[in-house]
Design a protein around this ligand. Structure first.
Ligand code: ATP
Ligand code: MG
Length: 716
């Protein structure tokens, strides 16, 4: 590696440089949170381009979120200048697969303008199938089938690949049949779901070697972030692509594997060296992100897990505040408290962009949203299609989808009577029958049906008019900017008028949302581009110029960092989630603990954990006990505080088990409590800082060895 160090590598430490400069052959970077894995991966990308090892279009780089891809693209652009017109194959698994599939759609029986349907459409479609095929949807709910199909797709399985066991999981041995019906139906709609994106491409690679060969030729280098969370289909896909040149660099952290519920397999990263013999393994141990207190708290916590490789982490950053743990009375007080703290931080000059509230479950965000709206604090919700989930947005998008893709029956079904046109379920049924008989999409069939005399005259006229509107809009599509087209459609369809007629504040809000949608569309040249964007973006950040507090799930925050992090709802049943407790297995609890580790390590300077003594769950007040994770934090890095009203929760936590009204929780817990937990309870955990060795450089260092050979208290 000699010579002048270019700017992109200047501040990197030695192992990071190693990861950048070892361009040829397989490389695995396995290291803890905040150690600069993503930074090194970004520098590696810049290096490959700067050294002309490859054109930007010859590099495949997979990130976990669209946001991460954007940041990486910007950074590389900063290093190597505007000569680089972006990096076309930098994105999430889904966005890259969608792009590949557009090019080869016909190989799996789709057209290149296929629609990507979301969960809502997926469920509607499955419901139809279940009804049409005489299965009791109460017993075998569409949601269950959707989950099964997703899991099969995540495992890279097509209908024909299901074994008897998988088949048995739905409607007494009809799993395969329904999976096949669903796939056929999607094909007829010229549509696919999220899981299909990768599976289709994988199928193409498996069956069309010339296509695979093209991509193998093209991608001289492959880079993958967050490799610990790849699932089977992603893994197979990458392996096929990398098998020939073997210039693949993956980075990850087994302690941050938090997506097993979506089929992710941490085993993928653990077997990398087997898949790619001779792989260079690089470990990073210096954390550049967090204060010693934050790092100490997180390291102490993750120690309670038994299934880990174990790594050392240390930091040179100066000491900061301890991790605060605050007990409050209930969720409104929790939101109030966080609001006050944020306002104080703001007064002290902390930028709102550097503040995040990370929740375990989506529903937790509402309390904060309500509070922040009340006190006029700017916030953004990231993740989970929040904005695009709203009914009026979905309606507008449905109109646009029918324009872009006439075979999109699901979209058509959503809006054929929205605004109300006097068309009922009967008419829809007729339209479906006609479409099925004529073997054509619903919209096209409706047009024919309107001109036949099979419908009552009024219904026929209404449908005819609507279909002619669509024809006109479709013509406009080529001449009009997407945002303008949306305005025209909303006006001419009567949708805007419907909202205006309502004269409610709610309707006013909906109108605002629709203008926001039009604003978002202004960045796109074609409707198709915009619709693809909508299907793919996870985060909506519509006015990026204003500073805002971020509210998002812990899962979504992976890879990100903020100066100040608030972690509400650390109570048994919320976090760890009730589900993980009910499942009872060690594995699910350990995944929750890894999630806690991810959450804490997002913080650079300050981390605040909250737990409420009372919480309303399904409309019922229940008292709650603080999360076991609170108890597992090494005390020396933690400062506990209880508001007057929140006192009950701490008091409750100190009850002995025999007094514990949550005995079922305790039984569950005792099975999974490691020695670390017991010690934490008895106080010796914090008194014996075995996890914290003497400062190796200027600050603390944190040794984390495989569970089997550490005796937490005994080492010192
Ligand atoms: P995570 O596991 O959470 O994804 P990571 O290992 O990817 O973390 P990065 O996000 O790459 O870590 O880096 C964490 C922080 O440390 C970033 O702010 C980054 O800019 C900074 N950083 C990375 N490497 C160095 C370095 N060599 N010197 C100084 N700062 C660094
Ligand atoms: Mg990272």
């Amino acid at each position: 590696a000699g010579g002048d160090i270019p700017a992109y590598a200047a501040r990197l430490n030695d192992p990071q440089k190693d990861a950048v400069l070892t361009t040829e052959g397989p490389v695995l970077m396995l290291a803890g949170a905040g150690t600069g894995k993503t930074a090194a991966l970004t520098a590696r990308l810049a290096h490959l381009v700067a050294m002309r090892k490859a054109w930007p279009s010859e590099i495949l780089c997979v990130t976990f979120t669209n946001k991460a891809a954007r940041e990486m693209r910007e950074r590389v652009g900063g290093h190597i200048g505007p000569a680089v017109e972006g990096i076309p194959w930098l994105g999430t698994f889904h966005s890259i697969a969608a792009k590949m599939l557009r090019r080869h759609a016909e190989l799996v029986g789709l057209q290149s303008n296929y629609t990507i349907i979301d969960t809502d459409d997926q469920l509607r479609l499955l419901k139809q199938l279940i009804r049409d095929n005489d299965v009791d949807e109460k017993r075998w709910p569409p949601r269950q089938l959707a989950g099964l199909i997703d899991s099969w797709k995540n495992r890279g399985l097509n209908p024909k690949d299901l074994d008897a066991v998988d088949n048995e999981t739905y409607a007494n041995g009809r799993g395969q049949e329904f999976y096949r019906l669903y796939q056929d139906r999607l094909k007829a709609l010229n549509a696919c779901d999220f899981g299909d994106l990768l599976l289709h491409v994988l199928n193409i690679f498996r069956t069309h070697h010339e296509v695979l060969g093209q991509y193998r030729q093209r991608f001289k280098y492959i880079l993958v972030d967050e490799y610990q969370d790849t699932n089977q289909v992603q893994y197979l896909w990458l392996r096929l692509l990398a098998q020939e040149r073997k210039n693949i660099c993956v980075v990850g952290d087994d302690d941050q594997s938090i997506y097993s519920w979506r089929g992710a397999e941490v085993a993928n990263i653990l077997r990398f060296e087997k898949d790619f013999p001779g792989a260079k393994v690089i470990k990073l141990e210096q954390n550049y992100r967090s204060t010693p207190e934050i790092l100490g708290a997180a390291s102490g916590l993750i120690h309670a897990n038994s299934q880990r490789l174990g790594k050392e982490l240390w930091t040179e950053l100066p000491k900061g505040d301890k991790v605060r743990v605050i007990g409050v009375w209930d969720a409104p007080e929790e939101a109030r408290r966080v609001g006050e703290d944020i306002e104080r931080l703001e007064r002290e000059g902390a930028p709102l962009d550097e503040i995040a509230i990370l929740v375990r479950a989506q529903y937790q965000t509402r309390e904060f949203e309500d509070r922040f709206i009340q006190i006029g604090l700017n916030y953004r919700i990231i993740g989970g299609f929040r904005f695009y989930e709203r009914a009026e947005i979905r309606d507008a998008l449905a109109y646009l989808r029918v324009i872009a893709q006439p075979a999109d029956d699901l979209a058509f079904e959503r809006i054929y009577n929205q605004p109300k046109r006097g068309l009922g379920a009967k008419t829809l049924e007729k339209m479906y029958q006609y479409a099925r008989a004529a073997n054509m999409p619903l919209a096209a069939a409706s047009l024919q049906l309107a001109d036949s005399d099979e419908l009552p005259k009024r219904a026929g006229n209404t449908i005819g008019a609507l279909m002619r509107d669509f024809l006109r809009w479709r013509e406009l599509e080529t001449q009009t900017a997407p945002a303008e087209l949306l305005r025209i459609v909303l006006d001419e369809s009567g949708y805007s008028a419907m909202l205006e007629a309502e004269r409610s504040t709610e309707a006013a809000g909906r109108i605002e949302n629709l203008s926001e949608l039009a604003r978002a569309m202004e960045d796109y040249e074609t409707l198709g581009d915009f619709l693809e964007h909508v299907s793919l973006v996870m985060d909506n950040d519509s006015s990026p110029d204003e500073e805002k507090v971020t509210i998002m799930t812990m899962h979504g925050a992976k890879g990100l960092e903020f100066n100040n992090v608030f972690l509400p709802g650390w109570e048994e049943g919320v976090f760890p989630s009730q589900r993980s407790l009910d499942e009872g297995g060690l594995a699910s609890l350990e995944e929750e603990r890894r999630l806690a580790y991810v959450a804490i390590t997002r913080a650079r300077r300050r981390c605040t954990i909250l737990h409420a003594a009372n919480r309303r769950i399904y409309g019922q007040w229940t008292s709650s006990i603080p999360s076991r994770f609170v108890e597992e934090l090494p005390e020396e890095f933690v400062e506990k505080e209880t508001t007057m009203s929140g006192g009950a929760s701490l008091w409750r936590a100190n009850w002995s088990e025999s007094d514990d009204p949550f005995a079922h929780v305790s039984t569950n817990r005792s099975g999974t409590r490691g020695p670390g937990f017991q010690r934490a309870l008895s106080g010796s955990y914090s008194a014996s800082p075995a996890v914290v060795k003497e400062p190796r450089r200027s600050a603390a260092s944190f040794a984390a060895k495989p569970r089997s050979d550490i005796a937490l208290g005994a080492r010192v």
